[in-house]
Design a protein around this ligand. Structure first.
Ligand SMILES: [Zn+2]
Length: 127
């Protein structure tokens, strides 16, 4: 055990969310048609101290914050956006943007990886 040094607790949880999306791209792509994925999401959380239960964050709470929000959903409708000329334009639900949105939804989360298909993984990480 180190004395006086920094300490950090880390947890990670992997879960699967099924859903649909389509991407608005500036090139021809079959991804512009609505289609589905089983995204494999890994959520990384850290905290220098534990809560009164001895946890960084309950794994069940991570599941609630990810599955209840994103599982079996049309992800285009969940993405953040802004009003542009009377129309609400949402950002593309790419694996990268999904990773950031999940990170923003989970307490103590600093990193999320999203595997969209076998061998294709996006990662979002905060400093
Ligand atoms: Zn896709």
């Amino acid at each position: 055990m180190t004395q006086g040094g920094n300490q950090m607790y880390y947890i990670q949880k992997t879960l699967e969310i099924a859903g649909a999306h389509k991407l608005k791209l500036d090139y021809e792509s079959k991804c512009s048609n609505m289609h589905g994925h089983n995204w494999i999401v890994t959520v990384f959380c850290k905290s220098a101290s534990l809560d009164h239960n001895g946890m960084v964050v309950d794994f069940a709470e991570i599941k609630r914050n990810v599955s209840d929000h994103f599982d079996h959903k049309y992800l285009n409708e969940l993405m953040p956006g802004k009003a542009v000329g009377g129309e609400f334009i949402r950002i593309n639900p790419t694996a990268e943007n999904i990773a950031k949105l999940i990170c923003d939804n989970v307490p103590f989360c600093y990193k999320v990886t999203v595997q969209e298909s076998n061998g294709n993984i996006a990662c979002y990480e905060e400093d």
